[in-house]
Write a protein that binds this ligand. Structure first.
Ligand code: GLU
Length: 289
């Protein structure tokens, strides 16, 4: 079976050099290995994603000389797949609704941090303080029936106990040089959100479902997602999905050493093109042959 690669941008802005680097790495690797290359549009965030950014991304990729298989998978068109996974996890007793707003959670963490540091996930976000787990079943039912907004969180301790030790194959490198067989540490993320009342999925859940449904065998993506792979491995295990191999690549940084953002005009592919850059110039700028 040929290897299957994918590039999975979120259409919430225009592509920059970092996206070009990731897309070209995937596309080149697929071509060199006789593999397939897929494009996936990660547009579950309805408030920030826009169709015109998807169109622009496709134009930029085509200009770079990248082609992909059709049809393109758009996450917003597959909410049923994610809902089914949430139901499976619910049937296993591994998720629960949490009703606090983001502000309430931040307030609770801040009050606690007045006394001692609060644990944070690998992205630096405070772990969920867990008040919802002490709600009585009656209180939970009352809030659900009252139509209160909620997030569905993974009971991380229960999920880890069920899964036992997990690892993944890393062909790239982690922040501390981790490579080869890397031990997953999903517990470092706490009770992650897997879905919300108004959106039946989350980044972690949909990426795992999509990679499985699209038959992706090689996940090549930025180093900022290295430790997210721990959560992905756990969900793959719980949902009985195959595990791809991973390669986390260096990030393209701005001259000050910061991660590029979608709004950084100077490194936008369209801006560079408008200034007369060629696809070969883009390859040079991101240091690719
Ligand atoms: N949509 C994610 C991003 O734009 C990429 C997710 C992934 O490659 O797993 O950062």
């Amino acid at each position: 079976m040929p290897p299957v690669f994918r590039f999975a941008p979120s259409p919430n802005g225009h592509l920059h050099l970092g996206h070009a680097y990731s897309a070209l790495l995937n596309f080149d690797a697929a071509r060199q290995s006789g593999g397939r290359f897929l494009l996936r549009i990660e547009n579950i965030d309805a408030a920030r994603c826009r169709p015109e950014f998807e169109t622009a991304a496709c134009q930029d990729l085509a200009w770079l000389g990248i082609s992909w298989e059709k049809p393109v998978r758009r996450q917003s068109e597959h909410l049923g797949d994610y809902r089914a996974a949430v139901e499976k996890l619910a049937a296993m007793g591994l998720i629960y609704p949490a009703f606090e707003s983001r502000a309430e959670i931040a307030g609770r963490v801040a009050r606690s941090e007045a006394h001692a540091p609060w644990p944070r996930d690998p992205d630096g976000t405070p772990l969920y303080p867990g008040a919802a787990t002490s709600l009585s079943p009656d209180e939970r039912t009352r809030l659900l029936e009252a139509g209160a907004p909620y997030a569905l969180r993974l009971d991380m301790a229960a999920a880890c106990a069920r899964a036992g030790k997990l690892s993944w194959t890393e062909h790239g490198k982690g922040p501390d040089g981790e490579t080869g067989v890397v031990a997953a540490r999903p517990d470092a993320w706490g009770d992650v959100v897997l879905a919300r009342k108004e959106t039946p999925t989350s980044y972690h859940l949909s990426v795992v479902i999509d990679d499985a449904l699209q038959g992706v065998t090689e996940v090549v993506r930025g180093a900022d997602l290295f430790w997210s792979t721990s959560v992905h491995r756990l969900l793959q295990h719980l949902l009985d999905l195959p595990q791809p191999a991973y390669r986390h690549h260096r990030l393209v940084l701005d001259p000050d050493g910061r991660k590029l953002s979608k709004s950084s005009g100077a490194t936008g592919i369209r801006e560079l093109r408008a200034q007369g850059a060629t696809p070969a110039d883009i390859r040079r700028l991101v240091v690719l042959p």
